[in-house]
Design a protein around this ligand. Structure first.
Ligand code: ADP
Ligand code: MN
Ligand code: MN
Ligand code: MN
Ligand code: MN
Length: 366
């Protein structure tokens, strides 16, 4: 069997000796992070800067070989990295930084998978409504051989039931990754708000939010980066596939909770109902935006079973986990709060999802 990550070739204890070496006060290792040409995977590379950045705009624009990431032709391969958000680095510690970047082509236009640029424009237009998002990122941990972590190698674990929010060996698989990731997110400054074990064993969720505007996409992408990186340290693979195991196993989504100022006020339920009416008119457009392949990925997940609605129908209901839109019970009772859009796929781009919601609900675009 393939064995990486935990081989004696690298040793985390030995590594720790070097990671503890002090570095000069005025030096900062800046790890530039970006979404690659798949629109799903992340890349990163590091440079030293001779000052401690306080905001992303202080950092230099950089570039990379876009022909190696599906973002450019070999003959014109330089793609630019524009720093847009700064986080403390939970791996290198000290004054070191993680730097979330947008990608631009040689002609200074956004690359095809730079979905942040448009999202910023839309969030700016809707700023007066103070759109808040909370995203529930579900994911599955896989062993280094791509088999779900902790599952018997020649078969399946017992049926779903004991695993959701479970505790105990044979109910919970991979908690170390989850705990480490949670702390890493808090350290960086990401607005992580919780985590839980999911219905399928080795499947987990973390929540980020509420975040206003563009911060939602920024924090979620960086939280995904941290998840892949932490799991790498444990020799574990993270899958954001929306239906990693076919059959009677839950898929993975990215439920998106959404509110505006009006929804959060007394009797905001009226604004929530208006929003749901608008959403019902543009179901197909939202489905196209809710995974990186125009709805193809979500076809496997939104079957109407396993706490999902059918991809073909729009529905809404109080406390209904089989609906496209759920109004949480407490929101219905207090007549104020937010709605939950349960349709986005686990591998959706949070910039695209948040932009789509604001276009429909705040800007009345279809
Ligand atoms: P669920 O019951 O669907 O599992 P979770 O507790 O996992 O819900 O996630 C709820 C999410 O809703 C959290 O990310 C939280 O930050 C977010 N949230 C709470 N209030 C609001 C609000 N007013 N607007 C947008 N998101 C909100
Ligand atoms: Mn080189
Ligand atoms: Mn949840
Ligand atoms: Mn969940
Ligand atoms: Mn949910």
């Amino acid at each position: 069997m393939l064995s990486l990550g935990n081989t004696p070739a690298t040793n985390k204890t030995v590594l720790d000796r070097y990671m503890k070496l002090p570095i000069p006060d005025d030096k900062c290792q800046a790890m530039y992070v970006w979404v690659d040409g798949s629109g799903e995977n992340l890349r990163s590379k590091t440079r030293t800067v001779n000052f401690i950045p306080k905001s992303p705009s202080e950092l230099p624009i950089w570039n990379f070989d876009g022909s190696s990431t599906g973002q450019a032709e070999g003959s014109n391969s330089d793609v630019y990295l524009h720093p847009v958000a700064l986080y403390r680095d939970p791996f290198r510690l000290g004054n070191n930084k993680l730097v979330l970047c947008e990608t631009y082509k040689h002609n200074k236009t956004p690359t095809d998978t730079n979905r942040r640029r448009k999202c910023v424009e839309v969030m700016t237009k809707a700023a007066a409504e103070h759109p808040w998002f909370g995203m529930e990122q579900e994911y599955t941990l896989l062993d280094i051989d791509n088999h779900p972590l902790g599952w018997p190698k020649n078969g399946y674990p017992g049926p779903q039931g004991p695993y959701y929010c479970g505790v105990g060996a044979r109910k919970v698989y991979g908690r170390d990754v989850v705990e480490a990731h949670y702390r890493a997110c808090l350290y960086t400054g990401i607005n992580i708000s919780g985590t839980n074990a999911e219905v399928m064993p080795a499947q987990w969720e973390f929540q980020v939010g509420p975040c206003e505007g563009i911060t939602m996409g920024d924090d979620l992408w960086m939280a995904r980066y941290l998840l892949h990186r932490v799991a790498e340290d444990f020799g574990v693979v993270v899958s954001l596939d929306p239906k990693p195991i076919p059959g009677d196993w839950n898929g993975a989504g990215m439920h998106t909770n959404f509110s505006t100022d009006a929804m959060r006020k007394p009797n905001g339920i009226l604004a929530i109902e208006t929003a749901i009416e608008k959403l019902g008119k543009v179901h197909a457009a939202h489905i196209r935006a809710y995974d990186p392949h125009g709805g193809k990925d979500n076809e496997r997940r939104l079957t109407g079973l396993h706490e999902t609605s059918s991809i073909h129908d729009f529905s809404a209901g109080v406390a209904n986990r089989g609906a496209s839109i759920r109004i949480p019970r407490g929101v219905a009772e207090e007549k104020t709060g937010y709605l939950e859009d349960r349709r986005p796929s686990s591998n959706a781009d949070p910039y695209v999802v948040s932009e789509r919601l604001v276009r429909t609900i705040c800007l009345d675009e279809s």
